[in-house]
Design a protein around this ligand. Structure first.
Ligand code: NAD
Length: 479
């Protein structure tokens, strides 16, 4: 019997989509059969096809945003910005390809020319998360296609409708059906795809837990590219902030946009003990005003539900656990309907919690930590195995220099939220937030490998030193 996957809307519980679990072997075989044809097309043809894809997506923005909003629960306005990001990714990836992986020629030794060119890997697997189910996989797929790879994309089991639609739009734009495949399924299909002999690499965005499992799985295949974009336990430090309102707004945006379901969301707010009561008070009052509602509600909500009831249950348990360990709620994590995953933004002071767990709470929970001085703030901000994003709000240029120099993260901001990173710059983390294969503008780097060639029009060669004289033996005999 065919196994089915059903996707429901987090906001209503209504069934949105259902489809059969895919066949890993068949999808990989289709991509393998198609990739050589795609790779041999001139770059201009691949680029033109992707520009058409951008136009197709632009023309279907309303439908696409509606599906994203329904399937993730994020507000319709935010889903619209995700569609814009899908469109903008095409031009950004074309520039990135030519800047980072274009052909280069230089003078070599003895009149040779040295050429550096890039080749695609072949068939790349892409595994996507649910929080940006179109934008993040697209951020791997578009650069992979420009470079000449074929792709087998497995969307998150929580967002198959968005994944399937994204792939349909590639096909509608003229990308051959074999060149981008959609594999429906969950972690089992993800594992099987990652282990498949027919793939040449895996581009992964998701949790550190799954990323580490994949890293182990790839230990015996160093010849395959593995790019891991993982989670964070991101600090936001507010220090000597003269504009308390702006500081509170930035903390709310950092922690609660997308219901806290962003890899770059601030999880820990670090403040000078006693100095920022006004900011905390404004943040609490602001959090109380943030509208949490259905994605299509009027007035438009700031945030929707989290992805499902299981996630909401886990977040509630984590919040209770912090309270049991001595955390003092400044604003509780409320759930007004037990059978729906709508959570209110929550703030909890965990200064007195001993041995705080260094985990990513992927939802609208902000933990506040009070420290005596800036060195303690830096130590607290760095007390994590992750290293994705970090922000300082307030302070002087000298203080920011100190923050920048001492913090270990791939995104370090000043007077800006932790989230909302620009797509035309590299994006990735250190620590367990990734494996040094940054995405976004640097995605071009992991979608193709460099080939160095020394080339001359004619073969001319001689050995100048270290040769025995061919007449020496004869001369000796004659002598
Ligand atoms: P997840 O790790 O649970 O799942 C991601 C994808 O991997 C899904 O398609 C899933 O089916 C698959 N998968 C899960 N376990 C697997 C395994 N062992 N082997 C193979 N495939 C497996 O992540 P999620 O819950 O969908 O997404 C949220 C996470 O993603 C958060 O940790 C968030 O921080 C992270 N994230 C990171 C970035 C980034 O760019 N660094 C961006 C967005 C989200």
């Amino acid at each position: 019997m065919t196994e089915m996957l059903i996707s429901t809307e987090p906001a209503t519980g209504a069934e949105l989509w259902s489809g059969a679990i895919g066949d890993v072997d068949a999808e990989v075989a289709a991509a393998r059969a198609a990739w050589a044809g795609w790779a041999s097309k001139p770059l201009t043809v691949r680029v033109e096809t992707l520009r058409r894809f951008a136009n197709v997506v632009r023309g279907r923005k309303d439908q696409f945003a509606d599906v994203i909003a329904r399937e993730t629960g994020k507000p319709l306005w935010e889903a619209g910005t995700e569609v814009d990001a899908v469109v903008n990714k095409v031009d950004i990836s074309i520039s990135a390809y030519s800047e980072r992986t274009a052909q280069r020629k230089q003078e070599g030794a003895l009149g040779a020319r040295v050429a550096v060119r890039h080749k695609p890997h072949g068939v790349l697997a892409v595994l996507g998360p649910y929080n940006f189910p179109a934008h993040l996989p697209n951020g791997h797929i578009v650069p992979a296609l420009i470079a000449g790879n074929a792709v087998v994309f497995k969307p998150s089991e929580k967002t198959p409708a968005v994944g399937e639609l994204l792939v349909k739009l590639f096909h509608e734009a003229g990308v051959p059906e074999g060149v981008v495949r959609c594999l429906i399924g969950g972690p089992d299909q993800g594992r099987a795809l990652a282990a498949h002999a027919g793939i040449d690499g895996l581009l992964f965005t998701g949790s550190a837990r799954a990323g580490m499992a994949l890293h182990r799985q790839f230990a015996d295949t160093p010849q395959k590219i593995l790019a891991l974009e993982l989670g964070g336990n991101n600090p936001l430090v507010i220090w000597d902030a003269p504009d308390t309102h702006a500081a509170a707004v930035m903390a709310a945006q950092s922690a609660f946009l997308s219901a806290g379901q962003r890899c770059t969301a601030a999880r820990r707010l670090i403040v000078k003990d006693g100095a920022h009561e006004e900011v905390l008070d404004q943040l609490r009052r602001l959090a109380e005003r943030l509208i949490v509602d259905h994605p299509h509600a009027t007035p438009a909500p700031f945030m929707g539900p989290v992805i499902d009831n299981a996630s909401a249950d886990q977040l509630q348990e984590a919040f209770l656990d912090l309270m049991m360990k001595g955390g003092r709620p400044l604003k509780h994590l409320d759930r007004h309907q037990e059978d729906k995953p709508f959570l209110s933004p929550a703030i909890i002071d965990v200064t007195d919690v001993q041995e705080r767990a260094d985990v990513e709470l992927f939802g609208p929970i902000l933990q506040v930590i009070r420290v005596p001085d800036f060195d303690a703030a830096l130590a607290e901000a760095s007390a994590t195995r992750f290293g994705l994003a970090a922000s300082l709000v307030g302070g002087s240029p000298q203080l920011y220099d100190k923050f920048w120099a001492n913090i270990r993260a791939g995104v370090v901001n000043w007077n800006k939220p932790t989230n909302g990173a620009p797509s035309n710059a590299p994006f990735g983390g250190v620590g367990i937030s990734g494996n040094h294969r940054p995405s976004a503008y640097y995605a071009a780097d992991y979608c193709a490998y460099p080939v160095t060639s020394s080339e001359a029009d004619n073969a001319r060669a001689s050995i100048g030193v270290g040769l025995r004289d061919p007449y020496a033996a004869a001369n000796e005999l004659e002598g």
